[in-house]
Design a protein around this ligand. Structure first.
Ligand code: IMP
Ligand code: MG
Length: 173
């Protein structure tokens, strides 16, 4: 049985999304941008967030897989679904569920940097610092935590708990 401890309520999440939407709206000042959802974890955050950004948007989706053997350090990341929009000359905002080691975001930023975007920024629901290996410039953060395994509001543990409306720390037993 897993034990879930509430860390951010539905109301707290909703409040942060509204504030982030405002921050993003003020940053882009009505300019058009491409918002990229990193599937699957960011899907719920993304769909709520885009409805609070008051700028013309184009939406797209990417899915990444990280394959590895036993040791985490041997993991390699690849696209299992690339975005479909061209990014040349556009403002791009990547929306991620959680940044942990930073490897996934570093890979994605490196891949997208070659596509001629005018700017690339990063929004993450959760910025988890304790295991960070790669320096990632996070422009918009929902919540900062140092450690713990987080589920709910899109985040999963073995594909479970994504549908929960609040954010929990899971204790696996
Ligand atoms: P990275 O270590 O920054 O590359 O994060 C890789 C991916 O691991 C994230 O996009 C999440 O999908 C997943 N992940 C990392 N920490 C957690 C967590 O606490 N809960 C759920 N997924 C996590
Ligand atoms: Mg993810």
């Amino acid at each position: 049985m897993d034990t879930l401890h509430l860390i951010f309520s539905k109301e707290q999440v909703n409040e942060r999304i509204i504030a982030l939407g405002k921050e993003i709206t003020e940053t882009y000042k009505g300019e058009q941008l491409v918002v990229i959802c990193v599937l699957k974890g960011a899907a719920i955050f993304f769909s709520d967030l885009v409805r609070h950004i008051d700028c013309p948007l184009e939406l797209d989706f990417v899915r990444l897989a990280s394959y590895g053997t036993k040791t985490e350090t041997s993991k390699t990341i690849s696209f299992t679904k690339d975005i479909e929009l061209g990014l040349s000359g556009k403002h791009v905002l990547i929306v991620e569920d959680i940044i942990d080691t930073g490897r996934t975001m570093e890979f994605l930023l490196y891949q997208l940097a070659a596509r001629g975007a005018k700017t690339i920024r990063v929004a993450t629901l959760i910025n988890k610092s304790e295991r960070r290996e790669k320096t990632i410039d996070v422009d918009f953060t929902g919540f900062s935590i140092s450690s713990g395994f987080i589920v709910g509001y899109g985040l999963d543990y073995n594909e479970k708990y994504r549908e929960l409306p609040a954010i929990y720390e899971v204790q696996i037993s």
